[in-house]
Design a protein around this ligand. Structure first.
Ligand code: ZN
Length: 464
């Protein structure tokens, strides 16, 4: 591969950029390696029946509201989190399962101090860098009529949240089947199939069931902030929130697509992760389509991926293609609104992306210690001179580029085990460039793009 790549590099070096565009044009937006048979088996071991039974069980707790009862063994968030913990523990002895507990002071929609517990299952890898899969297990009933208002109201009408009223009923029926027992079931099922796959992953996988999402991403925020303080490396976070329904409130049905939202700018690592998810879907779940949404989330809505992006970790959120807004945050969000066949397809895409990433080397670092991109016009002054730091485990690197006016990679080239490559007569001002690390089995990392830093404009002083 190294020899072929260097020959190719020499050939390409001789070509003007116009010819280059024709000779190496490539439609791929992600790794070109063929499917890994072990990952195919992992993806196919996801059980629709198990997803369905987890959603039904979670709904049976009546409510999982963050401030609901913790003394009952059958109803409320206390019973729900205990069941999730035990279910994860019984899935595999390889999983390190625990409560991730915090004492939260009264603030915002949390009207009294509360002991909040995320439920976390860790599958240790060969390295400590982490790949997260998550959903939130807490649920919410905003009260009679509010969910219908949510479906039809302007955003301004939602400013007063009933949760801040002292009379708010934390014990009201909140089955939360789609929001978000669906994402929790997906997370728990992936924990089971990854731990039982027999695959030795390079990255450590973390399956996280968050609490406090409905009060403002509380559980995921406090967890992500702790990770950042402790300088834990998080390669990717795949969040799943409302991923089981196929029928919108207006009757439109779509069981063939899932939306993946990612925060910009265009070449952020979260955007790179979203493209990677789409690639994994194309290779491992071709019967299901990822629609990339180049925005953080839907209007006026949010979820736990933002807790991770806000501290600098790449994260995306999966959302079903057609939402029934009228049942969300009400007693009507029942298991019959979750389609297990559809939920399983979404779970397979999560699994393919998380497993591919956890087997691949880390994404190459393409910036210097001051955060400046390692890109220049040397040697001619009109070349693309790319540098990057070596990724542990990589035996080759995969260069991607595209016209700066387009939003997906158009051309690519494998360049062997180097940390430096020159594309002659390809203008760094006209094209966007990225590089990914590849291991000996062809597993490929996220693509790190070279992004220009902001150039602050100094304030001009006026003479008086
Ligand atoms: Zn939700």
């Amino acid at each position: 591969m190294k020899h072929v790549a260097s020959v190719l590099a020499c050939v390409i070096a001789l070509l003007p950029s116009t010819v280059l565009a024709q000779t190496t044009a490539h439609s791929s937006g992600g790794p070109t390696a063929s499917a890994d048979q072990r990952l195919k088996r992992l993806v196919s071991s996801i059980s629709e029946e198990r997803l369905q039974s987890i959603v039904a069980k979670l709904a049976s707790f009546g409510t999982r509201e963050t401030l609901s009862d913790t003394s009952s063994s059958t109803r409320g968030i206390g019973a729900a989190r205990q069941w999730i913990l035990e279910e994860l523990k019984s899935s595999s002895s390889k999983l390190e399962v625990s409560f991730d507990t915090y004492q939260i002071a009264p603030q915002g929609r949390i009207l009294r101090s509360v002991e909040l517990r995320n439920v976390i299952a860790v599958l240790p890898g060969k390295t400590s860098r982490r790949v997260y899969v998550s959903g939130h297990y807490d649920s919410l009933n905003l009260g009679p009529g509010v969910s219908a208002l949510l479906a039809s109201a302007t955003l301004e009408a939602l400013v007063t949240n009933p949760q801040v009223q002292p009379t708010f009923d934390h014990e009201a029926m909140a089955p939360g089947a789609d929001d978000d027992a669906s994402g929790t079931a997906l997370t728990m099922e992936l924990a089971r199939v990854f731990a039982n796959s027999g695959i030795d992953f390079d990255a450590t996988l973390v399956f996280a069931c968050w609490a406090g999402e409905e009060q403002g991403l509380v559980g995921s925020s406090v967890h992500a902030q702790k990770l950042a303080r402790e300088k834990v490396v998080v390669e990717a976070m795949l969040n799943n929130d409302i991923v089981g329904g196929i029928r919108a409130g207006n009757g439109v049905v779509d069981a063939a697509d899932v939306r993946v939202y990612s925060i910009g700018p265009e070449d952020s690592m979260s955007r790179s992760l979203a493209r990677y998810v789409q690639w994994a879907a194309d290779v491992y779940v071709p019967s299901h389509r990822v629609r990339l949404m180049a925005r953080e989330d839907r209007f006026g809505r949010g979820s736990d991926h933002s807790s991770f992006t806000s501290v600098g970790y790449p994260a995306v959120v999966f959302r079903e293609s057609k939402e029934n807004l009228s049942i969300q945050h009400s007693a009507d969000d029942m298991p019959d609104g979750v389609n297990a066949v559809y939920l399983a397809q979404n779970a397979r895409i999560d699994a393919a992306a998380a497993a591919s990433l956890a087997l691949a080397p880390p994404a190459p670092k393409v910036t210097d210690d001051r955060g400046q991109p390692l890109i220049a016009r040397d040697p001619s002054g009109y070349d693309a001179n790319l540098q990057w730091a070596a990724s542990p485990g990589a035996i080759a690197y995969h260069i991607y580029w595209r016209d700066a006016g387009s939003n997906d990679w158009e051309r690519d080239q494998i360049v062997g085990n180097a940390t430096h490559f020159v594309l002659h007569n390809v203008s760094i001002d006209d094209f966007v460039f990225g590089v990914a690390a590849v291991d000996s089995d062809g597993h490929q990392s996220l693509i790190s793009a070279y992004v220009a830093s902001d150039r602050p404009i100094p304030l001009v002083k006026l003479a008086h």
